[in-house]
Design a protein around this ligand. Structure first.
Ligand SMILES: CC(=O)CC(=O)SCCNC(=O)CCNC(=O)[C@H](O)C(C)(C)COP(=O)(O)OP(=O)(O)OC[C@H]1O[C@@H](n2cnc3c(N)ncnc32)[C@H](O)[C@@H]1OP(=O)(O)O
Ligand SMILES: NC(=O)C1=CN([C@@H]2O[C@H](COP(=O)(O)OP(=O)(O)OC[C@H]3O[C@@H](n4cnc5c(N)ncnc54)[C@H](OP(=O)(O)O)[C@@H]3O)[C@@H](O)[C@H]2O)C=CC1
Length: 292
């Protein structure tokens, strides 16, 4: 198994950009791919903005930022991603989308490229089955925002071999992250615990127990959460929150995971949260304003 020098990242959204950000700062060459050049360019802008924040806070210096940006290459096709030593998929939380990505990547893959998904909840075993290398496929679950959150959740599929697991752990550690292991069951650990809480907060809004402001204030001041659960849902992306609830509901066949109808309505309206400009808060003005 060759040393990881080049990392391919598929999906240049908030997570893919964050993963590319931390890999480039750690000295890896990065190939950043998305379905359109516009998406890749938007991802590069986000990376530059977030690195500039770190420079202004003295976390990194200008030279580190310049060096990292020089190591990130945009790739509109998958050929360059296939030549990476590790390819991390961070596209939309949809199983068919992810499987289609790995099938499209297949013809370009080096024989020893490791494959990983940053999925929040979907079966690593099933995703691996869409590739020719389930033994070299693993879940590398980064947390949002990637440059700040210390955790990477490692999820082995049923076929993931020990060298792949060990390589994944040492890779995450080389990024300054701390790893935890989760078994390959729906939503693993973080989202099995966290996302039903966000769904429950949406139910308290839906049932009129509290307003958006009351619910988020209660949990920030009452449970010392850095963000209220509704603000956090907007931050994650309400489409992703709904996808995770559906994976839990279908995967565990327990009605307690049914997504709140209000969450479904927001997603159907395209009110996906911060990335769409509006979710439980409207982000289009000076300060976020509750939308209910
Ligand atoms: C869904 C999944 O599959 C798994 C998941 O990720 S679940 C979600 C896990 N994440 C969380 O729970 C996040 C909870 N929220 C928090 O921890 C905090 O609100 C936060 C770390 C996001 C921001 O911390 P904060 O101190 O309140 O915010 P703030 O003072 O604005 O930011 C501090 C610094 O962090 C950095 N930062 C903040 N938000 C950032 C972002 N979205 N991206 C990158 N850097 C960011 C910046 O350097 C910022 O400095 P400036 O704003 O001065 O440039
Ligand atoms: N948001 C979060 O807090 C976290 C999310 N995750 C997981 O990370 C993954 C990405 O989430 P996130 O970054 O929030 O999502 P985003 O919606 O921000 O980004 C997803 C990106 O993938 C692109 N995309 C869609 N289809 C393809 C494709 N076939 N090939 C390449 N790119 C594609 C999307 O383009 P377009 O918009 O045009 O469709 C978009 O740019 C998901 O699996 C999610 O569950 C993990 C941890 C935290």
């Amino acid at each position: 198994m060759s040393e990881i020098k080049t990392v391919g990242v598929i999906g240049a959204g908030q997570m893919g950009s964050g993963i590319a950000h931390v890999c480039a700062l750690a000295g890896y060459d990065v190939v950043l791919h998305d379905i359109s050049r516009d998406r890749i360019d938007a991802g590069l802008v986000l990376i530059e903005k977030n690195m500039a924040r770190q420079v202004s806070r003295g976390i990194i210096d200008d030279a580190a930022m310049a060096g990292a940006l020089s190591r990130i290459r945009a790739a509109e096709g998958l050929e360059a991603v296939g030549q990476a030593d590790l390819a991390i998929e961070a596209a939309t939380e949809n199983e068919e989308t992810k499987k289609a990505i790995f099938r499209s990547l297949q013809p370009y893959l080096k024989s020893d490229t490791l494959l990983a998904s940053n999925t929040s909840s979907i079966s690593i075993t099933r995703l691996a089955s869409a590739t020719d290398r389930p033994e070299r496929f693993i879940g590398l679950h980064f947390m949002n925002p990637v440059p700040l959150m210390k955790l990477v959740e490692i999820i082995r599929g049923i076929a993931t071999d020990v060298p792949t697991y060990e390589k994944a752990v040492s890779f995450a550690q080389s990024l300054g992250k701390i790893t935890s292991n989760a078994e390959d069951f729906p939503a693993f650990i973080v989202n099995r615990v966290l996302v039903p809480m966000i769904n429950e907060a949406i139910y308290t809004l839906y049932e009129g127990v509290g307003t958006v402001d009351a619910i988020d204030t209660a949990m920030k001041l009452g449970a010392n959460h850095p963000m209220g659960p509704l603000e956090l849902g907007d931050f994650i992306g309400l489409d992703t929150v709904l996808s995770i609830m559906n994976v839990l509901h279908e995967g565990l066949a327990d009605s307690k995971y049914r997504p709140c109808p209000l969450l479904v309505k927001y997603v159907e309206a395209g009110w996906l949260g911060k990335k769409a400009g509006r979710g439980f808060y409207d982000y289009r003005g000076e300060t976020p304003v509750p939308t209910r």
